[in-house]
Design a protein around this ligand. Sequence first.
Ligand SMILES: C[S@@+](CC[C@H](N)C(=O)[O-])C[C@H]1O[C@@H](n2cnc3c(N)ncnc32)[C@H](O)[C@@H]1O
Length: 293
Amino acid sequence: MTTRGVREFFDDVSEEYRDTPAGMRSHHVLTARTIEGSLSGSVLCVGGLWNQVDLDSLPPRVTVADLSIAMLHQLPAEASGILCEARALPFETGSFDHIVFPLVLHHITEDDGVAARRCVASALAEARRVLVRGGSIWISEFCLNRVIYAAELLFSPLTRVLLSTLDIPLVVMHSAPFFTKTLLAAGFGEIEVKPIRPPETGPLDTIRPIIGLPWLRVPRLLYPVTPTLIRARAGGPGASEASPGAVPGNVSRARRRPATPDPSASWARPTWHGSGWRKTRPARRPRRGEPSP
Ligand SMILES: C[S@@+](CC[C@H](N)C(=O)[O-])C[C@H]1O[C@@H](n2cnc3c(N)ncnc32)[C@H](O)[C@@H]1O
C-alpha cells in the first residue's frame, strides 16, 4: 500500500480533525491564551491557526501557511491563508514579528526520526529567515523525555511501516532539549520552555492520540507526551527590527549571563496561571563599551 503524503492525509482528514475532540482542550486553551497575550504586529502561523484560538484577540495581520488546501478552507475570515510548505516559505526575509508553529513540527518527518530532525532544523532556519531581528517564534508541541525520544528515533523506521499499514504518514515527536539545541543553531536566543499542565486534567482522562484513527481512545497516562510551549527570540542579523515592544535576542550572547527581564517586552506580560516559564538559554547583558542590542 502507498502511504498518503502529509498533504493528502490532511486533505482527507480535515473534517475529522475539526469535529472529533481529542481530549486536549484544556491544554489548547492554556496554550492559546498564552500566545495571544503576547502577539502584536504581523504574525505568521505555520500549519493552521492554534487550537482554541480566540478570534477577538488576534492581531489584524495574521497569515496562515499550510500545505493542505482542505485545512486552509477551514480558516476563519480573520486570517489569510497561503498554500505552501513550512521549509520553503514564500515570504521575503524579515517579513514577520511573530511566527507560530502550532502542533505541526511533528508532522514534518519524511522517512525516519533522523530525517525528521533535519526537517525541523530546516523549518526553524526558514522561520528565522522570515522573522525580523528580535521577532518571536512560538512552538506548541507534544514533547517526549530523552529516554522515550531515543527509543522513538530508534524505532521510527518500524513505526513508519506500521503506520503505513493504516495509510498514516510517520509522526515524530521530539524532546524539549532537541528543540532548544535546534533553535540555537538556527539563530534564536532567549529560549523558554514551558510544559502545559492544566490543573483540571488527570491521568485517566481519555485522549485521542492518533489523527486518522478517531475511534482510538486511551487514558492520558498511556500516552507519554508533555504538551509544551516554547518561545524564543530571533537573534543575529536580520532585515529589520521587530515592532516596538520586542526585545532582540542574540544567540552569541545566549549562553553566558542571565538577562534582566525587560518589562517593555510584549511577552513580559504573563497571562499564565500555572507554574513559571523554564528559561533554558538566557541572553547576557552587553559588556561595558559594547553597543546595546
Ligand atoms: C495536527 S494539524 C494542526 C492544526 C492546528 N494548528 C492545531 O493546532 O490544531 C497539522 C497541520 O500542519 C499542516 N502541515 C503539515 N505538514 C506541513 C508542512 N510541511 N508545511 C506546512 N504545513 C504543514 C497540516 O496540513 C495541518 O493543517
